[in-house]
Write a protein that binds this ligand. Structure first.
Ligand code: PEP
Length: 251
């Protein structure tokens, strides 16, 4: 079925923070300050807190997702969760290829491709994360790196599948560092990604949301969201505080 995401998309990645109790507390507080909606709000809690967040925030029209999946449906893969399991537990979205998966856990382009395919097969919306390290940026390799990661991630997709895909441009040097890309940096990278999508999809490329991520805070969210080609934000640290996340969601 065709799907269009309402933009801007405001997504919070809690990383390995907030078990069920802390998640419940967040939801209680967020519910008091949640902004009126004409946007897509998503929270990515740790998988163990997913059902809590879903139950508590569904009436506030907040979607939930998992931070990672394995590509097999089930089997002897200790410690992993599959896309159908995440879907059954209420996840609608999944982060794929987050920089911490790529750089801390050494996830490869090939693995991101398998995960995007598994997400699509299970009816999850994958948020494919791409981004260059500071060394790559300084060496003038921004475009090469992000287009390689994009190409690998979408390798198995049909044109129709792109209606269910989101992309997050997250420069590695801006994640958790307090250093944010300027709105111009974001527009520059997003335009390169969009142009690559356009080669394949034509005008339908405009319907694939491209989010910016990297030290988004309440006081810089507005200018980043206003930047050309930026369809939303993926927020790490600042999404842990319900008031900060609500301010970003209202930006
Ligand atoms: C992230 O985890 O995707 C992220 C962008 O983190 P932070 O906002 O803390 O930089």
């Amino acid at each position: 079925m065709p799907h269009t995401f309402e933009t801007p998309v405001i997504a919070g990645n809690w990383k390995m923070h907030k078990g069920p109790d802390a998640a419940r507390k967040f939801c209680r507080e967020f519910a008091q300050v949640a902004p009126a909606q004409n946007r897509t709000l998503i929270v990515f809690p740790p998988a163990l807190s997913l059902t809590v967040v879903r139950a508590d925030l569904i009436e506030h029209d907040v979607g939930v997702g998992v931070q990672n999946i394995y590509w097999e449906e089930d089997g002897a893969f200790t410690g992993e969760i599959s896309a159908p399991m995440a879907r059954e537990a209420g996840a609608e979205y999944v982060l794929v290829g987050h920089s911490e998966r790529r750089h801390v856990f050494k996830e490869t382009d090939e693995e991101t491709s398998l995960k995007v395919a598994a997400a699509m097969a299970a009816g999850l919306f994958p948020v494919l994360c791409v981004g260059e390290t500071i060394e790559e940026r300084k060496a003038g390799r921004l475009e090469e790196v992000i287009l390689r990661q994009l190409g690998a991630g979408v390798k198995t997709l049909s044109d129709k599948d792109f209606q269910h895909l989101l992309i997050a441009y997250e420069p590695v040097w801006a994640i958790g560092t307090g250093e944010t890309a300027t709105p111009e940096d974001a527009t520059d990278a997003h335009t390169r990604l969009r142009n690559r999508l356009r080669e394949r999809l034509g005008d339908a490329a405009d319907d694939v949301p491209i989010l910016y991520g990297g030290s988004v805070k309440p006081d810089n969210a507005g200018e980043l969201l206003a930047a050309d080609q930026v369809d939303g934000v993926l927020v790490g640290g600042a999404s842990l505080d319900p008031r900060d996340f609500a301010r970003i969601a209202a930006a």
